[in-house]
Design a protein around this ligand. Structure first.
Ligand code: G4P
Length: 543
């Protein structure tokens, strides 16, 4: 089955004249799900979409290779590897809100892409597998959210299966993230014997009802505390006792503490059965923050009602082999976006016509006529736009560039066919501006052989694949022995270049990176020349 995605803006029931940027922004909830692979992100995404009735049956919007109706993994390589690199946003209405769910790549090697997506959200859902607790990738992504001060709602998934003890999981969250968990719901029945949840806000019982394969929304039966006690006996009593214990330790929701990133509301769910999904949507609408003004490079905040402004958080090409188009995904920061409007590209001062603007999720594309702060719009044929670029209307603004991570893997790229020099150059330039890889120049290798630098080695595979299939310029990659990069300046070049296991590489914008085989090579240089300017870059460990 193909997904039919109805953008929420078309069903909002307000006339255009009634909409103001600030008013519409207040209804927006823009978030991403962070989790370790296999915790159930795709399943939860499907369930959320299903709940918002965007699709008729789970499995149609988003999934992994081999699954029915997988429409998100369109790149050949993604299909082969069963990973999702490409990302976009799903928009739907829920109650009176408009929810934007931004998709993040599933693999740790693409943490830089994930980081960029997280610059475009106002909240995150941390999805945990009940049996596994906090896993490596979840912790890394959590660190990014913390770094950005994004409030986090936690969902403990797969409660229908045997897993850890709920109180132990709360301890684990507190100890490893430093966030105080404030459960909104509490499981009745241990993991694997999921009876339902106690809603700690009103003391009612939401009974868990299985449906075949989670294909349609499971009815959540609502029972009073007295009925729950009568029907669930010891399981109910235990849940009530544990909930009281939590209350005594201060694990109660406090909106201010949540918004300041001190606490995290927790919900228990079984995404595959669609249980807990409605509660999650309600919590996002009730608790997650709407978009607010964003600081520009000068630290000033442009308010939501000022003219249109947005920044590019992702550029994606070659999604559709038939069209080979290039999409720039913008997150709207202020004002109203109207398709066809002419905006200014802050980096060049040139006009940009937004004739083709789309909502994109998986292979589904819908034209966007109007969009508001918090919304994501895919601009088609955006060849001039690079990751981090600002677009604005009327009053100029420039948002800060997106952080580039310290690369950890390096390789010299050479064209396999000298005759294809032009295609080679074009392809490398494009991969650079999309942020697929960082492209650096080395005096040692010269202009014909740029150095590609990445956070995760799978980025090399994507670059090679795209150079061959999209730009018709196959490349040979020769790995270099470096693993460490620091920012430096021209004054340090002679010493770094003369030092063993090190060299200086240059970015297109003139930035200089000193790269080292390992920390010993760096330390040796620092011992010999303690006053050299060597500044750490944002470590990938942060993401
Ligand atoms: P990901 O995107 O985070 O990588 O995870 P995904 O949704 O693909 O889920 C990973 C596996 O966990 C899938 O099983 C999925 O069905 C299962 N799963 C997700 N949520 C729940 C849940 O609430 N309860 C249970 N019991 N399982 C859940 P799979 O066998 O890998 O794939 P499939 O063949 O079932 O689709």
């Amino acid at each position: 089955m193909r997904a039919t995605i109805e953008p929420a803006s078309s069903t909002a029931g307000r006339s255009d004249a009634e909409r103001t940027a600030a008013g519409e922004a207040a209804r927006r909830r823009t978030f991403a799900v962070i989790s370790h692979p296999d915790a159930g992100k795709s399943t939860l995404t499907e369930a959320l979409a299903l709940h918002a009735r965007v699709i008729g049956q789970a499995g149609a919007v988003h999934g992994k290779a081999g699954r029915r109706g997988t429409v998100s993994d369109w790149m050949e390589m993604e299909r082969d590897r069963g990973i999702s690199i490409t990302s976009a946003a799903l928009q739907f209405s829920y109650r009176d809100a408009v929810v934007n769910l931004l998709d993040t790549p599933g693999h740790a090697d693409f943490s830089e892409d994930t980081y960029r997506v997280l610059t475009a959200v106002d909240a995150a859902v941390m999805l945990i597998d009940a049996a596994k607790g906090l896993e490596a990738q979840t912790m890394k992504l959590f660190a990014v959210c913390r770094h950005r001060g994004i409030p986090i709602v936690t969902v403990v998934n797969k409660w229908d299966r045997p897993g850890k003890d709920a109180l132990e999981l709360m301890d684990e969250i507190a100890e490893r993230t430093g966030l105080t968990p404030t459960p909104l719901t509490w499981p009745v029945g241990i993991a694997g014997d999921f009876r339902g949840v106690l809603d700690r806000r009103d003391g009612t019982f939401r009974r868990f009802t299985r449906t075949a394969g989670g294909a349609t929304i499971a009815p959540e039966e609502l029972l009073s505390a007295a009925d729950a006690a009568a029907q669930e006996g010891a399981n109910w009593e235990q849940a009530v006792e544990e909930s009281e214990l939590l209350a005594e330790t201060g694990a109660e929701h406090d909106q201010e503490l949540f918004l300041s990133g001190i606490t995290t509301p927790v919900l228990f769910a079984s995404a595959v059965s669609n249980f807990g999904v409605g509660a999650l949507l309600d919590s996002l609408v009730d608790l997650a923050p709407p978009p607010s003004g964003r600081e520009d490079v000068g630290g000033a905040v442009r308010s939501l009602d000022e003219p249109f402004s947005a920044f590019v958080f992702k550029v994606q090409s070659g999604m559709d082999a038939a069209h080979r188009d290039r999409l720039a995904y913008i997150r709207i920061c202020t004002g109203v976006f109207e398709r066809g409007m002419v905006v200014t590209h802050a980096a060049t001062g040139r006009p940009f016509t937004t004739k083709y603007a789309q909502h994109v999720f998986g292979r589904e594309r819908e034209s966007v006529e109007l969009a508001y702060p918090g919304d994501v719009v895919g601009l088609v044929n955006a060849n001039a736009l690079g990751v981090g670029d600002t677009l604005y209307a009327e009053k100029p603004v420039t948002y800060p560039p997106l952080t580039t991570f310290a690369p950890e893997h390096f390789a010299v790229a050479r064209s396999k066919e000298t005759a294809k020099h032009k295609q080679f150059r074009k392809g490398i330039e494009q991969l650079d501006s999309e942020g697929v890889v960082q492209v650096l120049r080395s005096d040692r290798w010269g202009d014909q052989a740029p150095v590609l630098a990445v956070v995760g080695p799978m980025q090399f595979e994507v670059a090679s694949h795209r150079m061959e299939h999209e730009f018709n310029a196959p490349i040979a990659l020769e790995r270099l022995p470096y693993s460490l990069a620091l920012r430096t300046d021209a004054g340090a070049v002679p010493q770094v270049s003369a030092s063993g296991g090190a060299e200086v590489l240059q970015r297109d914008n003139g930035d200089l990176l000193a790269v080292f085989t390992d920390k010993w090579a760096l330390r040796m240089l620092q011992q010999r020349h303690p006053s050299l300017n060597l500044e750490p870059l944002v470590a990938a460990q942060l993401a």
